[in-house]
Ligand binder design. Structure first.
Ligand code: SF4
Ligand code: SF4
Ligand code: SF4
Length: 324
């Protein structure tokens, strides 16, 4: 019997999610043994034409990492949706937009202007900004057109499951892969569409072993500004912004156990629409003042609030751009 086909793809991403798959160590052998790896451009020379030639729904499972920020990303997202039985948004970029979607604080023109004309480390004497189509003596050169707004995979095509994280933790990937093999081998039913795999219904705070008391914050600080960080006390209680209350659990509170705050990479928890708004609500409940002026002063000590609260979820959030 033919093996089930597996595809892995990266769109607008850093490649960390691909590395995380390899981090499942010897379990990768079970993956290689069970699946026919039909498309994974990061590890072998597959072409889009290979996928285009496949029958619709002939790929059993696609793990799609990366956000959608170009015509090329969108084309491959549509293609893999058409060819796959199950399409998983794999990692924070595909699920929530993640770091690539921080571009949505700006518009495309201002990004290209900064990168190609004003960046301090730049030498671009001819002031060339790459264009989707460039005429050269030999003909036309084309590169994928960038979108003005970076989108999540689910905002562009129908997605079956989400595996969160930046990147998803390797033990969670291994567990998901084992579960998928078990389902396919033994004819078990798939989880309901839309299920978030490799995570739980709780928050990062629920997995955090740090001691919590009543939080009363008069000033927020970055971790390096503290003379000493208590290794056992909730970081938020020490005045360090920690996104644990606004983040889905699943990583085992990895960062807070290692002594740094949760940055929110597992995305919004269950029943939360907007991760940044949830974080604002969490902070509002720990600020130790009722005086509007003092509250404003305390809030002003939060460094880069938008980038902190929406580092991973801006594309998925309710915020919309102010620049066209
Ligand atoms: S989710 Fe994180 S690790 Fe994965 S591709 Fe995006 S930025 Fe890289
Ligand atoms: S706010 Fe951060 S440090 Fe405090 S309990 Fe939650 S995850 Fe742990
Ligand atoms: S502690 Fe937070 S930032 Fe760190 S891996 Fe877990 S969810 Fe991601």
């Amino acid at each position: 019997m033919a093996k089930p086909k597996l595809a892995v793809y990266w769109a607008a991403s850093c490649g960390g999610c691909d590395i995380a798959i390899l981090d499942i160590e010897d379990k990768i052998l079970a993956v290689a043994d069970f699946f026919d790896l039909c498309f994974w451009p990061c590890v072998a020379d597959f072409k889009y034409a290979d996928v285009e030639a496949m029958e619709d729904k002939s790929i059993t499972l696609t793990l799609f990492n990366g956000a959608i920020r170009s015509e090329e990303n969108y084309h491959v997202a549509q293609l893999l949706r058409q060819k796959s039985v199950v399409l998983c948004a794999f990692g924070s970029c595909a699920a929530d937009g993640c770091i690539p979607a921080l571009a949505n604080f700006y518009n495309l023109d201002s990004i290209l202007d900064y990168v190609y004309l004003r960046s301090p480390s730049l030498e671009n004497g001819s002031k060339i900004i790459p264009q989707p189509v460039t005429k050269v003596p030999e003909g036309q050169l084309t590169i994928p057109k960038l979108w003005n707004t970076v989108r999540t995979l689910g905002q562009t095509v129908d997605v079956d499951y989400i595996i969160p994280g930046c990147p998803p933790q390797s033990d969670q990937i291994a567990a998901v892969v084992e579960a998928v093999i078990d389902i396919l081998k033994n004819g078990k039913p798939l989880p309901p569409k839309g299920t978030v795999l490799g995570a739980t219904d709780k928050t990062c705070c629920d997995e955090c072993p740090r001691v919590r008391n009543v939080k009363k914050i008069k000033e927020f600080k970055r971790i390096w500004e503290l003379d000493q960080v208590d290794p056992d006390l909730c970081l938020m209680e020490q005045g360090i912004v920690c996104c644990g209350p606004a983040t889905r659990s699943g990583c085992g509170a990895k960062c807070v156990k290692a002594g740094v705050s949760c940055r929110g990479c597992y995305g919004k928890p269950v029943n939360v629409r907007d991760q940044g708004a949830k974080m604002v609500a969490s902070l509002a409940s720990v600020i130790d003042s009722t005086d509007p002026k003092e509250i404003e002063k305390i809030v002003s000590t939060i460094s880069d609030p938008l980038g902190t609260f929406y580092r991973f979820s801006l594309a998925d959030s309710m915020l919309r751009r102010v620049q066209a």
